[in-house]
Design a protein. Structure first.
Length: 295
């Protein structure tokens, strides 16, 4: 059985020419940058390139009959997609949190926490001034910036996947239960013993959520000795990276799923195997009591 339709014609010559133009613009931009920075400040040159690129894209969209979205719903979806982008989550968000959000008092903080924030800020200023005096500002910023971004990415990835996995626990505030959230909404990140030691047993995040008073050097023992942790969801390094693609909560199946695949604008060819697989997945999604999203 097959369902087929004529594929749209493709102009190979045009595609190759466009690829050559793109390669020329990409490769030649470095020479233009080198010439430009001799007379234009780097930040000004970067801003100018951004404005020119945005104007060119806007012109192309206008010539192709495309319009900028005007409804708030579309902009909210675009914001959500940008917010959930792995590059932003891993490499931008942690640095902003550590550098700015955690450095200022926040509403609801007790006096003890406010005092802790103040002391931490004073210590960080002393740390930056001391090391800058010893090795110089450029070296200090290079080492500290690299450490901040790399360490923040690892920490953000660990925290993210220990809550954002397929069968996680999600309920509205009225139906939310503390014990279930700790046992079903926090996973155990399975790591080799050496890596678990390097991250301070932070991979036993579920134990910490159930009881924050357990010190990190007792988290592994608590996980292994308590029978209630036997059913804790397990996430590995491989499945942890795959979990970065889970973005939406499916209320009917009760699990996290990927963004829906956008339907093609034109007819495409589908073989019998592809159609059968699609139907099988549809039947499986309807009959699967656990509500797992098809991979």
């Amino acid at each position: 059985m097959s369902v087929s339709a004529a594929a749209p014609p493709r102009n190979r010559v045009t595609e190759i020419l466009l690829l050559l133009v793109l390669a020329t613009l990409w490769g030649g931009s470095y020479s233009l940058i080198k010439v430009g920075v001799e007379t234009i400040p780097p930040m000004t040159l970067t801003a100018a390139r951004t404005v020119i690129g945005a104007a060119a894209l806007a012109l192309i969209l206008s010539l192709r009959g495309r319009r900028w979205p005007t409804d708030a719903s579309t902009w909210r979806r675009l914001y959500y997609r940008a917010y959930r982008n792995p590059l932003l989550i891993l490499f931008v968000g942690p640095s902003l949190v550590f550098l700015f959000e955690r450095r200022f008092p926040q509403r609801g903080m007790s006096r003890r926490i406010l005092f802790s924030v103040l002391i931490t800020n004073v210590a960080l200023v002393g740390w930056a001034l001391g090391w800058s005096a010893l090795v110089g500002w450029p070296t200090f910023l290079l080492i500290q910036g690299t450490t901040l971004v790399a360490g923040g990415a690892v920490a953000a990835w660990m925290l993210y996947i220990q809550h954002q996995y397929e069968d996680t626990y999600y309920q509205s505030s009225g139906d939310w239960e503390f014990e279930r959230a700790a046992l079903e909404g926090s996973s155990y990140l399975k790591l080799p013993r050496a890596l678990a030691w390097a991250v301070g047993n932070a991979n036993y995040h579920h134990v910490h959520h159930l009881s924050a008073k357990i010190p990190n050097y007792r988290l592994r023992a608590a996980h292994e000795e308590q029978p209630l942790f036997a059913s804790t969801p397990v996430v590995t390094v491989r499945t942890g990276f795959a979990a970065l693609r889970l973005k939406l909560w499916d209320e009917e199946r009760g699990c996290l799923v990927r963004y829906p695949v956008r339907a093609p604008r034109r007819s495409t060819t589908m073989t019998g195997d592809g159609l059968c697989r699609t139907l099988a997945l549809a039947r499986g999604a309807q009959g699967d009591d656990r509500g797992r999203a098809p991979r």
